[in-house]
Ligand binder design. Structure first.
Ligand code: AMP
Length: 245
């Protein structure tokens, strides 16, 4: 069951663009939603099933951080406080990622855009590639649920796999099932930083929703325990919707 709260006619327009995808043309899906809303999980499932690249700007920054690049050092100043990395830096990074070979069929963008400036520049970048954003999926999870979720989250230092110590714990405490790496709580998963990330998110969320609603490609999905839908449910429902068009 979808939770479509906005203009249904516009929604049909979203559907029309999907039919091109099934003929083998590129598709770009943007994921909106607060940190901890499950964007990453939903994005990975959809990208894998639809053979699209999964691009997470958060992961790209963390990779740079791990490799101690100049970009990583610059980004860390903002990430540790839950602030957004400046648009200019983020846009440049995303642009070069979009030029990589695996993006030939399109991509699921997880965590980009986060500001209206980024949204407009994404439109321009894709336009320059003869493509466009086909769908903006807004994953809506109540904030109190998100705060609890992030507090229980642990990430693997080795492969970045994410666990929830209550709902999805590793077989052996503190150790990644996949690669044996050490699990830790990221700096930006600590309660005070989470609070700031949610504030930062709220500030620009409405602008982004308006941007894609005006383009007629916004898709709303309510998720979380309170509506009995996991990230997996959201991903599968969105895929069903896309395939039905
Ligand atoms: P995420 O894993 O998507 O929550 O991203 C982690 C952190 O990376 C964010 O809190 C920001 O500091 C930074 N970041 C990720 N994506 C962006 C973006 N599109 N614009 C600015 N900063 C970003």
């Amino acid at each position: 069951m979808f939770y479509v709260e906005r203009n249904f006619m516009k929604f049909n327009d979203v559907g029309r663009s999907f039919s091109f995808v099934q003929m083998g043309v590129e598709m770009y899906i943007v994921l909106l939603g607060a940190p901890g809303s499950g964007k990453g999980t939903v994005g990975k499932i959809i990208a894998e099933d639809l053979k699209l690249a999964h691009i997470s700007t958060g992961d790209l920054f963390r990779e740079n951080l791990k490799n101690e690049t100049e970009l990583g050092k610059e980004a860390k100043k903002y990430m540790d406080k839950g602030e957004l990395v400046p648009d200019e830096v983020t846009i440049k990074m995303l642009k070069s990622r979009l030029e990589e070979n695996d993006v030939e069929n399109g991509a699921v963008l997880d965590g980009f855009p986060r500001t209206e400036v980024q949204a407009k520049s994404l439109d321009e970048m894709l336009n320059g590639m003869g493509a466009k954003v086909d769908m903006a999926l807004n994953i809506d999870v109540p904030f109190d649920e998100i705060v609890e979720r992030i507090a229980n989250r642990r990430s693997c230092k080795g492969c970045s796999e994410i666990y929830n110590v209550v709902f999805n714990p590793p077989k052996q405490e503190g150790i990644c099932d996949k690669c044996g790496g050490e699990l830790y709580q990221r700096e930006d998963q600590k309660p005070e930083v989470v609070e700031n990330r949610l504030k930062v998110y709220s500030k620009s969320a409405q602008e982004l929703i308006n941007h894609y609603e005006n383009a007629g490609i916004l898709y709303d999905a309510k998720a979380g325990d309170s509506v009995g839908k996991t990230s997996y449910d959201v991903a599968k429902e969105v895929e069903e919707y896309i395939k039905s068009k």
